[in-house]
Write a protein that binds this ligand. Sequence first.
Ligand code: SAM
Ligand code: SF4
Ligand code: SF4
Length: 365
Amino acid sequence: MTAAALMRIPLIDMRSSVRAPIPPLVPYVQGALVDTRHRTLRDLRISVTDRCNFRCTYCMPKEVFGDDYAFLPHDEVLTFEEIVHIAKIFHGHGVEKIRLTGGEPLLRKDIELLVEKLARELPGVVLTLTTNGSALKAKAKLLRMAGLTRISVSLDSLDDTTFRAMNNVEFPVGKVLDAIDAAAAAGFAPIKINMVVKRGVNDKDIVEMARHFKNSGNIVRFIEFMDVGASNGWKMDDVVSSAEVIRRIDQVFPCEPVNPNYSGEVAKRWRYKDGSGEFGVISSVTEAFCDTCTRARLSTDGAVYTCLFAQKGYDLKAMLRGGKSDDEIHNAIASIWQHRVDRYSEIRTSETARQKKVEMSFIGG
Ligand code: SAM
Ligand code: SF4
Ligand code: SF4
């Protein structure tokens, strides 16, 4: 690597423009980029919008994301061309899987055109998307035809009252279930159903969720409630551990662990002993998986974050719009990754939970 390697990469702190240098790029062999803990860069999550039509209490609580909340102005948001441009550079570093997320990604106008561009420009890359399902019924077929490989739909309860209380905008369960059917009809299989479990709120619905999706071919993933962002009032007492989720399901539907599909898979797999399918648990609080974390995140306004719990990101949009070459951006990403030390879930305490971390809707869940 050359003098370009010694560039200073601007750091962005949420929406202000605090900038700071990072250490210089260390020479490395192309294709063998690893961080300080020998983790390879494999996945990229892209937040295509910081906006959402839900106000899930654990993610975008109404008290913080109210009517007067200042979402990003349009000119700060990466265009589809810019997203594809940056994604291609990440691909050059070995990224094989891209997840579109947000905010609610289906609120981004013509999102299927982005999927189509990514599928065309990055053949072989697994393209996935996570949605709250509210606009999925109308988009499922278009997304499939555009080349989306897989889809995850978030659904926190089958009990309409509980679900409405959790999304906090009175959105009914029935519409999300219809959307899941539409996605299945469009050819997505299996569909992953994400349920964030919060004690005293929806943990009563764990077994019902398992029962509903057994035999459907779709896979529920029970996610431990996390202290993302700085506004969801997280407390350890509200977390229902994956071990408890498994225990509760096993009492009704005996189950056993299954080997991971690949090393570093975030969800631990379990299957029902009667052969009626499987479910997953994501235990980022009680069983950290930082050791195998290969994910980078690109925020809605074009900053790279190397951890879901990061407080700072590196402003690639400034580089792109400032006329930096692809090589310079490539080297910037390499340098950012080389210096990555993140292992937040391993060191989480009630103190760290209060730190001012970037919001999940902005950075991409
Ligand atoms: N709006 C889309 C959705 O809800 O699927 C995509 C963005 S959302 C931030 C991505 C995922 O993060 C969802 O499955 C959501 O349930 C999960 N999530 C959000 N806040 C969380 C929290 N505090 N703890 C655990 N998971 C969370
Ligand atoms: Fe919106 Fe998804 Fe966050 Fe819920 S979890 S508020 S649907 S971004
Ligand atoms: Fe990866 Fe950060 Fe989560 Fe650890 S805490 S698994 S480093 S995103």
